[in-house]
Design a binder for this molecule. Structure first.
Ligand code: ADP
Ligand code: TYD
Length: 208
């Protein structure tokens, strides 16, 4: 009883294994008697799932980088209000597949000075970071091959291709240096069980 709430996000390039590892971690924590909310961004609440369709489907130039930043932030705000904060207040563990670091990179790197806009909007409208961010790091080409091998339909970002994966991988490693207390890097280029073992150890350390 009265175990601490914990807010965990998974980050990394497309196909790095975030969804797989988020699911494995949720199963493990539930087996250990914890209440877990497994959620994702963009999405995670009915309103934010509607915004997800707007941002992930359609032509690449459907939105300007600025409009896209507002849409991702609006989706996150709804997700925080309706899903994440109520769960944390109830003492649950929230595991979120992508969070604000994805906006810092995917939108923040799309225009000059957009990173500053992303950070200002975050401070105004979200105002909270995860307690722990698990960065699954891996070779960009392997990640892209894995992502493209998966059932599609949400193609706006994946069709940006190899070059985007390379820039995002480098960007995530820079974020790790920027937020060293929060972001923990895990090597994702191994069998899923090995990756999961490292992740369990990091989370156990946080819960201790
Ligand atoms: P992400 O959520 O980061 O895009 P997924 O968890 O959806 O990644 O994984 C992308 C694809 O790669 C899926 O088909 C998944 O089954 C597979 N996959 C996940 N982890 C591994 C791994 N460690 N080794 C090989 N394939 C993996
Ligand atoms: P996701 O479904 O997690 O894709 P994947 O499983 O392939 O990693 O996310 C879909 C896309 O949305 C992904 O390419 C990254 C992008 N994205 C942003 O551009 N900004 C954001 O703030 C978030 C959360 C995601």
């Amino acid at each position: 009883m009265n175990e601490p709430a914990l807010f965990i996000s998974f980050e990394g390039i497309d196909g790095s294994g975030k969804s797989t590892q988020a699911r494995l971690l949720a199963e493990d924590l539930r087996d250990n008697g914890r209440e877990v909310i497994l959620t994702r961004e963009p999405g995670g609440s009915p309103g934010a799932e509607e915004i997800r369709r707007l941002v992930l489907e359609g032509a690449q130039d459907r939105w300007s980088p600025e409009t896209e930043t507002l849409l991702f932030t609006a989706a996150r705000r709804d997700h925080m209000e309706r899903t994440i904060l109520p769960a944390l207040e109830a003492g649950k563990i929230v595991i979120c597949d992508r969070f604000a670091d994805s906006t810092r990179l995917y939108q923040g790197l799309r225009g000059p000075c957009l990173r500053a806009v992303v950070d200002q909007l975050h401070a105004l409208m979200i105002g909270r970071e995860p307690d722990l961010t698990l960065l699954i790091d891996m070779d960009p080409a392997t990640g892209l091959a894995r992502a493209l091998g998966r059932a599609a339909g949400e193609e706006r970002f994946e069709s940006f291709g190899d070059d985007l994966q390379v820039r995002m991988r480098a960007g995530f490693l820079e974020l790790e240096a920027e937020f060293p207390g929060r972001i923990r890097r895990v090597d994702g280029d191994r069998p899923p069980e090995n990756v999961a073992t490292d992740i369990r150890a990091i989370v156990a350390e946080h819960l201790a």
